[in-house]
Design a protein around this ligand. Structure first.
Ligand code: MN
Length: 415
């Protein structure tokens, strides 16, 4: 029997510098402690370990403190046995403690072969980074093949799987893991036809494991696991109703045994949605404060985070809600409170905005950005330039690189 811990979408540095900026580190710390204390032979990370491609030094320092936990743990039974596929140099430090195998996700991906944080961690021996490659381990007389591919733009994800075409190796356990949208699961968008499809994988994998989608899900009939994130990033309904955690899998003869281990250090989160019709602002204020009082009347392990969504309509001719300031609503409560006001002055405008929000909610911010750049490029006659190649240097403040790239393309098209 082989025991694997899956930890995903840790997002080191999420909201760094904000009042809840420590959450990603604290919750990841507990996730790795759990993997160690529950006796994992191997830790597998399907992407988005970091929240950004070029994390700041402060984020690196905190992240390395967490990532040394498996390295310093009592050595597990797993012994690295090379690659099946592309031989890659691995720093022997990675063979200490509990081996960690990872792919990079959408938040870490950089274009043009640029070094991303996972490459650095691979070089430093904190983990083994895979892209369309398979790492082999001997675990107490059994063998496991860990097949992984790192995040690629959704519009050619299925194509990458087809070309790579991972096959379960005979006589051993096999898992395949990645960081993409999967057809039939969240974030459905225009590119859905190009999404990875579970049926793209050859039969015979013990587990098919995805990161990227932040709510955990285990589908035994398909042996499909969505690991889910360890930190709250979306502050939506699904995050208010589900807990963060890690997965512990036992692979032996028969069906895999799966356990979801919840994090105890997760910040309590509440989403309160209040809708009004022709209400006086003082009535809105009273109800909002009452909701907050109810939240605060419960016992909390730490300062809770509350998202208060106010919508509907206010009474005509009054102050239009100007008296409903953050201060008026939240004063006196010892919680992090985010107030969103979405009042309907003009029901037409309100409905359009609501529709737009609904549409956009299905896309990740990353995908939304890429789509905007893609649209702008084609509107301006620069079709065929991958938007990642523009957005990434831009996000690092390198406008010159963008200009060079566009000029290169223009020249290519002329000659
Ligand atoms: Mn993520």
């Amino acid at each position: 029997m082989i025991r694997i811990a899956f930890i995903s979408d840790v997002h080191f540095g999420f909201h760094y510098g904000s009042p809840t900026g420590e959450d990603s580190f604290r919750q990841a710390g507990e996730a790795f402690d759990l993997a160690v204390s529950r006796g994992a032979d191997l830790i597998v990370i399907p992407g988005d370990l970091f929240d950004s491609r070029v994390p700041r030094q402060e984020v690196w320092a905190e992240a390395l403190r967490v990532l040394q936990k498996p390295l310093l743990a009592t050595p597990s039974r797993a012994k690295f046995a090379g690659f099946h596929g592309r031989e890659t140099k691995v720093n022997p430090i990675a063979f200490r403690g509990i081996p960690v195998v990872a792919v990079h996700g959408t938040h870490e991906r950089r274009g043009g072969g640029a070094i991303n944080p996972l490459h650095i961690l691979h070089e430093a021996g904190y983990l083994i980074h895979l892209h369309c490659n398979t790492a082999l381990f001997d675990v107490g007389g059994e063998r496991i093949a860990v097949h992984g591919f790192s995040g690629v733009p959704e519009h050619y994800a299925a194509q990458v799987v087809k070309q790579w075409n991972p096959q379960p190796l005979p006589g051993m356990r096999n898992i395949v893991f990645f960081h993409q949208n999967v057809k039939g699961y969240l974030y459905a968008g225009e590119d859905e036809e190009a999404y990875v499809n579970l049926s793209d994988f050859a039969p015979g994998f013990d587990l098919i494991v995805d990161g990227h989608i932040h709510s955990p899900l285990w589908e035994p009939s398909k042996r499909f696991l969505i690991v889910g994130s360890t930190v709250m990033t979306q502050q939506n309904k699904s995050e208010a109703s589900s807990k963060k955690g890690i997965w512990l899998a036992e692979l032996g003869d028969g069906e895999p045994k799966m356990e979801f281990a919840k994090l105890e250090t997760q910040r309590p989160f509440f989403l309160k949605e209040l809708t009004f019709e022709g209400a006086e602002p003082k009535e809105v204020l009273a109800r909002a404060r009452k909701e907050l009082e109810q939240v605060m009347a419960q016992k909390h392990s730490m300062k809770p985070f509350v998202r208060l969504k106010l919508s509907g309509s206010l009474k005509q001719g009054v102050d239009g809600g100007a008296s409903l300031t953050d201060e008026a609503i939240t004063s006196g409560f010892d919680a992090f409170i985010n107030v969103a006001r979405d009042f309907d002055e003009n029901s037409f405008r309100y409905r359009i905005a609501a529709l737009r929000e609904k549409q956009q909610a299905k896309l990740t911010p990353e995908e939304r950005g890429l789509r905007i750049v893609d649209e702008l490029l084609s509107q301006n006659g620069y079709k065929g330039i991958p938007p990642e190649e523009i957005i990434e240097p831009l996000s690092e403040g390198d406008a010159d690189a963008v200009v060079r790239k566009v000029l290169e393309r223009v020249q290519k098209n002329v000659t």
